[in-house]
Design a protein around this ligand. Structure first.
Ligand code: AMO
Length: 440
């Protein structure tokens, strides 16, 4: 900070995105990264950037001392710098304002030849982008995605606190699978086999018998063999579970959360939405609800015959999306294709009190009423070829007064894809992990 102190008390520190024409005449210090350099000989224009935005700094070589000239001559793009000078209205510049600078200090020098162009003038493939992810994230559009994500996290937490939920953390290293065995990562746990958790499912259910309403936002792991634009091996799940509720109650909580999140993003992240070219509107509630049977009927009407009982595949969902252009729920899936913990519909046990939240063809969340009867849970475990012994700790909780309960899990990144209109989940993950990527 030595540089600032030497400059005297009449300098204010300001961030690039806040340099506005109204500040004309103010003496400012700005820290940021060198986004672009345009050297016109007598004048050097530098676009400075931080996460708040960009501003233009102008240096005159005329009359500059040799120290300043040396720094300007050796300046590289993406170096972290501090500049100081006076804000001037500049109708001729793109931003309408610039900072006439007297000094610059390089705080962290970037190399001359960067492996990736942050200004985006040189197009890059997803592989190149992810290989140089930190540079890629510095691109203002990419930074914007994660600033929106930050607001989404805050909005979710705010919403659940208001609804009386307690935030919990469940183990990520576990002994048994909950969402089917195929997609588990094995871990050598001091000589024993353990797994990375696919979801907090059983723990969140158990915890409602203590806290009534819990939520967790955390990383979960799926050994996804399929390489798609919406699956990764490590994703962030937003999970809730609530005692004394059924699937309809938690569906209302879910749509309420989506609306709250959209409103908060509109309130706090207009600049970022604009940068991404996204126009958002809070969706109307209640979201449309169709049953699995109705979905099959709609598919039939669209000319696609589908046998009852199978899961809705991507192709089916894409057909349905022709009719459903926003958020909607599909409910009452066949019990046989749902995990063991989902409550069969008492009036028709072939189907379950389950739902998926969709956005067009993308599944964002799934949930349902849970089985709260111990005998039925044991039966469902056996029907799914699972050994109740492996679930003895979980089943024990059912002997201690387990209330009826319901919940859901939502893929945070999938929601962020919808809010930022990105079509590849990797765009909305800082450091995505998929079958072919473990670094950086
Ligand atoms: P499910 O397995 O449907 O349900 O997962 C819930 C949501 O998590 C997201 N998701 C993923 N996102 C990115 N990459 C993946 N590989 C991936 N897998 C899942 C999806 C999905 O809708 N325990 C239940 C939830 C519950 O009933 O409470 C569960 O895990 O958006």
């Amino acid at each position: 900070m030595a540089g600032v102190r030497q400059l005297g008390p009449d300098f204010e520190e300001i961030r690039p995105g806040f340099v506005r024409p109204e500040l004309d005449g103010r003496r400012v210090v700005i820290r940021g990264w060198v986004h672009e350099i345009r050297d016109l000989g007598s004048l050097v224009f530098i676009i400075l950037r931080d996460r708040s935005g960009l501003c233009q700094a102008v240096f005159s070589r005329v009359g500059a001392d040799s120290g300043l000239l040396d720094v300007l001559d050796g300046l590289t793009r993406e170096s972290a710098v501090r500049v100081w000078g006076t804000v001037k209205v500049a109708p001729q510049s793109r931003m309408g304002v610039e900072v006439k600078c007297e000094g610059i200090e390089v705080l962290g020098r970037a190399v001359e030849k960067l492996p990736y162009d942050v200004t985006g003038k040189v197009p890059a493939s997803m592989t190149t982008r992810l290989d140089h992810r930190i540079l890629d994230l510095r691109k203002p559009e990419n930074t914007a995605i994660f600033l929106i994500g930050d607001t989404v996290f805050a909005a979710i937490r705010e919403y659940f606190r208001e609804q009386g939920f307690v935030e919990v953390r469940t183990p990520k290293i576990i002994a048994t699978a909950t969402e089917g065995g195929a997609a588990l990562f094995k871990v050598d746990y001091f000589g024993k086999t353990a797994y990375l958790a696919q979801s907090p499912q059983l723990y969140k259910e158990e915890l409602v018998s203590v806290f009534e309403r819990v939520f967790e936002i955390g990383p979960f792991f799926r050994a996804e063999a399929s390489h798609t634009r919406r699956h990764v091996s490590e994703f962030t799940s937003v999970d809730i579970e609530a005692a004394f509720m059924n699937y309809e109650d938690v569906m209302r909580i879910l749509e309420g959360m989506v609306v709250h999140v959209v409103k908060k993003v509109l309130d706090e992240r207009r600049r970022e939405l604009e940068l991404l070219g996204v126009s958002l509107k809070p969706p109307r509630t209640p979201f449309k609800r169709i049953t699995y049977d109705e979905a099959l009927k709609e598919l039939r009407e669209l000319g696609y015959e589908k046998e009852w009982g199978g899961d809705l595949e991507t192709a089916d969902l894409r057909h349905l999306a022709k009719k459903h252009t926003g958020f909607y729920f599909i409910t009452h899936f066949p019990t046989a294709i749902k995990p063991f913990y989902i409550q069969p519909d008492p009036t028709n046990p072939q189907v379950s009190e389950s739902f998926d939240l969709m956005y067009q063809w993308l599944e964002l969340a799934s949930g349902g009423t849970r089985i709260s009867d111990s005998a039925l849970l044991k039966q469902r475990l056996q029907e799914q070829g699972l050994n109740p012994d492996s679930f003895k700790h979980h089943l024990a909780v059912y002997d201690y007064g387990m209330p009826v309960h319901a919940g859901w899990g939502l893929g945070f990144e999938r929601l962020l894809m919808v809010l930022t209109r990105r079509t590849n989940i990797r765009d909305v993950m800082l450091f995505p992990r998929d079958r072919f990527r473990l670094t950086p």
